[in-house]
Design a protein around this ligand. Structure first.
Ligand SMILES: *Cc1c(COP(=O)(O)O)cnc(C)c1O
Length: 379
């Protein structure tokens, strides 16, 4: 699905040199590389505070801890996402409230959020699924109206630009009260192990969170709050520093691959190509709203599972993200859920397929994959 070895070729010198430097200085935790990366990411995102941490799941959990959410508080998020999002809500003994998504962008459904809001609701967690922002205009409006926090799960969207209705722009993850991301190797900005970060423009929240990631310490050996141990290590920061200046270029390559997939698939009656929030269908050259963490098609007429098999048989990797809605996962069953409230997710889990998507896809590979898909559907 990804080609990290091919990508490494382009940054090898810088990564190896940086890693040698870390090994020689033995400054493995909270060293100068981590600090430099933090500053560089703040500049790139145009956000006041980046707080690096150990992974994207921790990042989300720490966002919720930092906001002071308490057991019993309800947190609304999407039914169609990776389990990490709902996992941390449950771990903190908050009450996850899963809601449906919209079929065109696969992102959280605004009407469903509105319907789920109760006096106990404290936060909304939009997930910028597959690389483009949820409807942040509407989410910020709802949050304001009901006095809710907005926590962006930006693990899949780093580098995506959100354009507001008034034309102003902000980078994904910096729009809500706080945002999180993951540097897992296959993410758009991935390191060579685990890593994550939290973003906020709020000085007080940033201060709280900086202590929380380090055992709740604001002064050495003074533990003011219950914290966690969640740090980005210096070797990972070296990799991230090599990749960050290329992130826009990497994302442009992903968009270019998506554009070629779209052109091949757009007229096929059994395929629905991914829609972008700005409506350009990812076919225009100037799109900045989608960073295609995944390139995900809907395959109609119950042909998805056989297509997965066919691609596997022919040595082409593919993925089904996600095969089971979270509301039907054993760990997150809740008698308040009604199947009738999840028509879109229930359908998507049967239709979606994600094709190889990375920075090293060439025309020959793309043609091989698109031919394989089209020949199968046409047979
Ligand atoms: C990858 C991912 C996470 C978790 O990130 P890790 O670094 O693997 O902990 C959380 N949410 C979403 C939507 C993700 O895709």
């Amino acid at each position: 699905m990804v080609d990290l070895v091919g990508q490494y070729e382009g940054i090898k010198e810088q990564v190896n040199k940086g890693m040698d430097g870390v090994l020689e200085s033995a400054s493995f935790i909270n060293g100068p590389e981590v600090h430099a990366f933090q500053k560089e990411l703040e500049t790139y995102l145009d956000v006041k505070h980046v707080i690096p941490c150990a992974n994207g799941t921790d990042a989300l959990q720490i966002c919720m801890m930092g906001l002071g959410l308490q057991p019993g508080d309800e947190v609304i998020t999407a039914d169609f996402t990776f389990a990490a999002t709902v996992e941390v809500i449950a771990l903190l003994q908050l009450t996850p409230v899963l809601v449906d998504v919209v079929p065109d962008t696969f992102n959280i459904d605004i009407a469903a959020i509105e319907k789920a809001i109760t006096p106990k609701t404290k936060a909304i967690v939009p997930v910028h699924l597959f690389g483009q922002c949820a409807n942040m205009d509407a989410i910020l409006d709802l949050a304001k109206k009901h006095d809710l926090y907005v926590i962006e799960d930006n693990a899949q969207g780093i580098g995506a630009m959100h354009t507001f209705k008034d034309g102003s722009k902000m980078k994904s993850g910096t729009i809500g009260h706080v945002g999180s991301t993951s540097f897992f190797p296959s993410k758009n900005l991935g390191c060579y192990g685990d890593g994550g970060a939290i973003f906020t423009n709020n000085d007080d929240l940033a201060h709280t969170i900086r202590g929380m990631v380090n055992h709740g310490m604001y002064k050495r050996y003074h533990h003011d709050v219950v914290g966690v141990n969640s740090r980005l290590d210096s070797l990972q920061a070296v990799v991230l520093r090599a990749k960050l200046p290329k992130l826009d270029q990497y994302n442009a390559k992903r968009r270019e691959a998506a554009r070629k997939y779209n052109l091949a698939f757009k007229d096929h009656p059994d395929i629905i190509i991914p829609k972008t929030v700005n409506g350009c269908e990812g076919i225009c050259d100037s799109c900045d709203c989608h960073v295609f963490h995944q390139y995900t098609l809907r395959i109609l007429k119950e042909k998805r599972d056989n297509l997965v098999q066919h691609l596997n048989d022919n040595g082409v990797p593919c993925g089904v993200y996600y095969p089971i809605p979270l509301h039907r996962q054993k760990a997150y069953l809740d008698s308040r859920y009604d199947e009738a409230d999840f028509p879109v997710t229930n359908k998507l889990v049967e239709e979606v397929i994600s094709l190889p998507m990375h920075t090293e896809l060439d025309d020959e590979q793309l043609k091989f994959i698109t031919d394989l898909v089209l020949n199968f559907l046409n047979q």
